[in-house]
Design a binder for this molecule. Structure first.
Ligand code: FES
Length: 331
């Protein structure tokens, strides 16, 4: 399975056959990666390897230099994947003629996790699949409006059931639809997967920072990690405005039992059960004393910025930082 990330944030997951080049596998899936010579001579099909294994194939130095190889570049017309891979394609999805796919899903359940937070579970149509990278999102259509809202998948990919954790806002278009109009069994159209906020291979202690429903992508990531042998520690710092909006703690407790994972919760509103304040209160050298970290931050814009600034202030070394900011839709 190969995840192709395009420059405009669109991702497509394709399957490759043995000895098939990446460009051929993509073409079979209806994706035209820009090619010219198709022989490893021109360099037009240059792409960037993010994870997984592959064979480089044959090419000449003019098409791909040694420095480029060292920087993770390779040639889509020559490389043959030998494991699951994630690859950045240096072109937009439009340029590669990637068709946007709408999936008609059936609403299976809607459960309020708090008075403001809804867990929405939908099922794909028979035989359909929607593979994604853990941390990515889908665009859910609001019927009869021509607009959509974006929500991260909060469950690992694989089966035909998708889950989203949604904050309902007063008078929000999607919020009103979900609160007042929708019924179990209704059809909900969605497009995806999309987004460059996804779980990378773990190479060092890793920190997750979640603000509000920014917990959703981390639930999918943790579920994925829980199926593998995790060699590095993962810490989650999870903040919400109220205790009630700190949701899915049972799922987090279950992850704690099966891998080197721990979490800390914080509520803006004082409560006897959680720390009070904001997630960046733990960004100190006393708490975070590893040599360096990979960090993932997902939440409202101000929270993401403040976490980043706290790392700079505390002088804690970050190897890689991945961000997903919520941009308010207005309504
Ligand atoms: Fe020319 Fe791949 S298309 S090197």
């Amino acid at each position: 399975v190969i995840a192709l990330n395009f420059e405009d944030g669109v991702t497509r997951i394709i399957e490759s056959r043995s000895s098939e080049t990446l460009a051929d596998a993509a073409f079979r899936a209806g994706i035209n990666i820009p090619l010219d010579c198709n022989e490893g001579v021109c360099g037009t099909c240059k792409c960037k390897w993010k994870s997984g294994q592959f064979e480089m194939g044959d090419y000449i130095e003019e098409a791909l230099s040694e420095e480029e190889t060292a920087d993770g570049f390779s040639l889509a017309c020559q490389m043959t994947p030998t494991s699951d891979m994630v690859v950045d394609i240096l072109a937009s999805s439009k340029a590669c003629k990637v068709k946007s796919v709408t999936h008609a899903t059936t609403i299976l359940s809607m459960d309020f996790l708090s008075s403001e937070i809804l867990k929405l579970v939908v099922k794909l149509q028979k035989g359909e699949k929607l593979p994604f990278l853990q941390g990515q999102y889908a665009n859910l259509d609001i019927p009869n409006t021509g607009v959509h809202r974006s929500y991260s998948f909060s469950r690992d990919s694989g089966g035909d059931v998708l889950e989203f954790i949604i904050k309902l806002i007063p008078n929000g278009l999607m919020s009103n639809y979900l609160r007042d109009k929708v019924k179990i069994g209704d059809i909900l159209n969605l497009k995806g997967p999309t987004g460059s906020f996804y779980l990378r291979d773990l190479h060092r202690p890793t920190l997750f920072f979640a603000g509000g429903t920014g917990i959703a992508p981390f639930l999918a990531m943790l579920e994925k990690l829980s199926k593998h042998k995790v060699k590095h520690t993962i810490q989650l710092f999870y903040g919400a405005n109220t205790e009630a909006n700190l949701v899915e703690l049972e799922r987090l407790n279950a992850f704690k039992k099966i891998m080197p994972f721990d979490y800390h919760t914080v509520s803006v509103e004082p409560t006897p059960n959680h720390a009070q304040g904001f997630v960046n209160q733990w960004i100190t050298k006393e708490v975070l004393n590893a040599k360096e970290y990979d960090i993932y931050i997902c939440g409202p814009n101000a929270m993401v910025e403040s976490v980043k600034a706290s790392f700079t202030k505390a002088g804690i070394k970050i190897a890689h930082c991945y961000l997903e900011k919520f941009v308010p839709s207005g309504i």
